[in-house]
Design a protein around this ligand. Structure first.
Ligand code: NAG
Ligand code: NAG
Ligand code: NAG
Ligand code: NAG
Length: 374
């Protein structure tokens, strides 16, 4: 009897496992089909290279990179560092137009004051069953009008946080752009020669308060956090407060400090539809991301208000093209598996996509050292 019971349980477990695997696969297919209906193809050479099957298959070269012993294949760098890059304005305009069918960065970059009131209940985007309330403090920091209203810039830089920036001497080049976007409140002062100082917009996931500022647990950390915010002097601080549950208190601490110390930043809180719209755009173009990284989000938004977009510090590999180790972040000791199944992000896939757009002249990816200008 006990034996039969065990076999039965075993059978049920196997069935469940198979069911979940199939459900997972069909979910991906479902998404792909749903968006297939409104296909707008405008990255022709990219699409012809990258079919769905290619994307889903594990890429053996990547595994080697993550394993850490082999340098990445030459294709990871030669293409991206090629000197004779020229901007393709036609393609860039086409991409902007198509992204606008999914989202309007001017609007979706932030929830505005008029659309919510204190006490309103928000469902988290990735944890639909969890909710949070709009606090009085957060409400006070919602902008009246979009911080990107009527903004148009000729050359924008988006600075990712990869350790590939270390010793790059890219600081001056980055700062020479009209608009500089940074991610997750990454420090700049100590690394200015490589990453620059200028910041027009910076993102801050709630988890940053914990990871980089010890949950503001002491006066010292609170002061450091304030120091970093003061350094932003007037730029946009973009806080994705309603993505995933767990960050509620951290967001509240941050907004309270900003108000108490009248910090000069323009806060923005992304609209509730932004993530799905961005994902929808990329899925429609057969880029099967799970959840876009901040970097890809910023690129997608920046197409709205930037002519030429230059990316720095995007490098989701453990080694550079010469085989030297590359830190995950230029400023801390965090390590990470770029292709981990548990990760919500698909960084190497995003990188391949950006590299392809680079080779078509839609954007420029800078992965090597910058030539210092005399
Ligand atoms: C991509 O798909 C098209 C048709 O769907 C096919 O002709 C082509 O060979 C495929 N390319 C790759 C790289 O798999
Ligand atoms: C620029 O992109 C457009 C649209 O993809 C393409 O038709 C055109 O040939 C490209 N121009 C150059 C110079 O590559
Ligand atoms: C959210 O607001 C409602 C109504 O104002 C209140 O009853 C509830 O306790 C609040 N929840 C939280 C977590 O503050
Ligand atoms: C940067 O350069 C310094 C001095 O040449 C060297 O000690 C350090 O290892 C380099 N760091 C990286 C990440 O290449």
């Amino acid at each position: 009897m006990p034996f039969e019971f065990r076999s039965l349980m075993f059978g049920i477990v196997i069935l469940l496992a198979v069911f979940f695997i199939l459900a997972d696969i069909s979910e991906v297919e479902e998404e792909n089909r749903n968006h297939g209906g409104t296909r707008t193809f405008y990255l022709p050479s990219y699409l012809s290279k990258s079919n769905r099957t290619v994307v889903v298959e594990p890429d053996p070269t990547q595994r080697a990179i993550v394993g850490g012993s082999n340098p990445p294949p030459p294709s990871c760098s030669t293409e991206a560092t090629s000197v004779e890059w020229t901007f393709n304005r036609t393609l860039s305009n086409l991409i902007r137009k198509n992204i606008l069918k999914f989202l309007d960065a001017e609007r979706d970059i932030s929830i505005l004051k008029g659309t919510l009131k204190p006490g309103d209940v928000i469902h988290y985007i990735f944890d639909r069953q969890s909710t949070t309330n709009i606090s009085d403090n957060l409400y006070r920091l919602l902008p009246q009008v979009s911080p990107m209203k009527n903004q148009h810039h000729k050359r924008c830089a988006i600075v990712g946080n990869s350790g590939i920036l270390l010793n790059s001497s890219c600081g001056r080049e980055i700062d020479s752009h009209d608009f500089v976007i940074r991610c997750n409140l990454a420090p700049v002062e100590e690394f200015a020669a490589d990453v620059g100082r200028r910041t027009s917009l910076v993102t801050m996931n709630p988890s940053v308060v914990q990871r980089a500022f010890q949950d503001l647990s002491s006066e010292l950390w609170r002061e450091r956090f304030l120091q970093r915010l003061r350094g932003l002097s007037g730029s946009v601080l973009w806080i994705p407060a309603f993505m995933a549950k767990g960050g509620e208190e951290r967001v509240e601490w941050a907004v309270r400090l900003i108000l108490q110390h009248t910090i000069n930043v323009r806060t923005a809180f992304p609209s509730l539809r932004l993530l799905h719209a961005v994902r929808g755009y990329w899925l429609t173009n057969k880029v099967l991301i799970k959840r876009p990284t901040t970097g890809l989000l910023m690129y997608t938004l920046a197409t709205r208000f930037c002519e030429e977009i230059h990316l720095y510090g995007f490098w989701p590999f453990a080694r550079d093209s010469q085989g030297n180790l590359v830190k995950y972040h230029y400023y801390d000791t965090l390590t990470y598996e770029y292709t981990s199944r548990a990760s919500p992000h698909t960084m190497p896939l995003e990188f391949r996509t950006l590299r392809s757009l680079h080779s078509q002249g839609a954007l420029r990816l800078h992965v090597g050292a910058c030539t210092p200008r005399e």
